[in-house]
Design a binder for this molecule. Structure first.
Ligand code: PHE
Length: 384
């Protein structure tokens, strides 16, 4: 194609009659139409923009060029023709561009809508459904058993005071259980005294707060609040400064039990324990009480059950004794009643404290305690 005619004057182009001018405009219009037709198909935003600028751009678009080069310098007798032709061309270009702009916009909206379309016939994304953690399952099973014989569930704070964790449970100041080796002592909240510093707060709360080392403090808190009879179980987390190994961690789970009334005997204690063992391990399990010691029970006992693996004949799991140690228990020490203003002459009861992690490991044959807390799904999936 020759150089763009709109950059030359009509004189340079040799168009001196209205007919020639009209033909020249017709030629420009045809070129525009041809380019416009191409553009609707491409739908490229950048190319579309430069096409629009090439024709309508204020500085050097074709329409501006025609005004500058054809209309302005045109001889008087041609000017009306050039003016009319230019107006017609302008109207045509603008109308066409507007139409195309709408077309292109609609097409891109359609494309976007097509992209966003949801195919309802596609198979859904399958989510792995979680299961209750093995500890949770064990808690649920233990609670089910005790709820079935009239116990109710209460929970208590994990941050305790030495009074509830020790003193009121008849564990005196120099008892080995109060050794710093076993207990996490923590700083309490700032006491808010005017002018107190962090260091002063630390000194003021030293030894005042600890992480409970067992769920037994809830025996005291419950009896303080509630008149007898009491029949509660307390599930929860407890903390001890143990060195972590395959059966120890700094945190584990317990379930406490307490029953106090005017007529509870050692027989009730034994019957409850036996019922629990049969429910938890199966009807064939036998129970044995071994003498033990806890400051807050008297007498105290360790409850053993016949080994759930060999049934009592002896195997590796029960170290060939036929028995498995389950938990500590006993009749409530009358000394404890003194701390909660219960009358030791009229009341009696029993208490027990079970290690839930231990029971879960035993029941499901798990030998490594850390597995319970590492949250490896390959382990967790084995207990659906
Ligand atoms: N609190 C004791 C412990 O953690 C267990 C226990 C509870 C023993 C209640 C007797 C009665 O070892």
């Amino acid at each position: 194609m020759t150089a763009d005619p709109t950059t030359q004057t009509l004189a340079q182009l040799g168009d001196a009659t209205p007919e020639k001018v009209a033909a020249r405009f017709a030629e420009v219009r045809a070129r525009f139409d041809e380019q416009a037709a191409e553009h609707s198909a491409k739908k490229d935003a950048e190319e579309w923009k430069s096409f629009v600028v090439a024709w309508t751009g204020r500085k050097s678009g074709a329409l501006t060029n025609i005004g500058d080069n054809w209309l302005k310098p045109a001889p008087k007798e041609l000017k009306p023709t050039v003016g009319q032709e230019l107006n017609k061309l302008k109207a045509h270009v603008e109308a066409t561009l507007e139409e195309k702009r709408k077309e292109i916009e609609a097409a891109s909206e359609e494309a976007a809508a097509a992209r966003d379309q949801v195919d309802l016939s596609l198979p859904g994304v399958e989510r792995a459904i979680g299961t209750r953690h093995i500890i949770r399952q064990t808690f649920d099973e233990l609670l089910r058993i005790f709820l079935s014989i009239g116990f109710s569930v209460v929970e208590g704070p994990e941050i305790e005071t030495p009074y509830y964790n020790f003193e009121a449970l008849n564990i005196p100041e120099h008892h080995p259980a109060r050794d710093n080796m076993d207990t996490f002592y923590i700083e309490g909240p700032p006491d808010g005294r005017a002018g107190s510093s962090a260091a002063a707060d630390k000194r003021a709360t030293a030894g005042k707060y600890l992480l409970r080392t067992h769920t037994s403090p809830m025996q005291i808190r419950t009896m303080e609040k509630q008149a007898p009879p009491v029949r509660i179980v307390v599930p929860g987390k407890v903390y001890r400064r143990d060195n972590p190994d395959s059966t120890h961690g700094y945190m584990f789970h317990q379930i406490e039990g307490l029953a106090v009334d005017t007529d509870i005997t050692f027989c009730d204690f034994k019957g409850t324990v036996e019922y629990f063992v049969r429910e938890f391990l199966g009807p064939k399990a036998k129970t044995r009480l071994r003498p033990s010691y806890f400051p807050f029970t008297e007498p105290s006992a360790e409850v053993d059950a016949t080994c759930h693996v060999c049934g009592g004949t002896g195997c590796r799991v029960c170290k060939f004794s036929g028995w498995i140690e389950l938990f500590g228990a006993g009749m409530v020490n009358p000394a404890v009643y003194g701390f909660v203003k219960y009358d030791p002459e009229k009341l009696s009861g029993f208490a027990f404290g079970m290690g839930v992690d231990r029971l879960a490991m035993m029941k499901y044959g798990i030998t490594e305690l850390p597995l319970l807390f590492q949250n490896d799904v390959r382990f967790l999936r084995q207990f659906p």
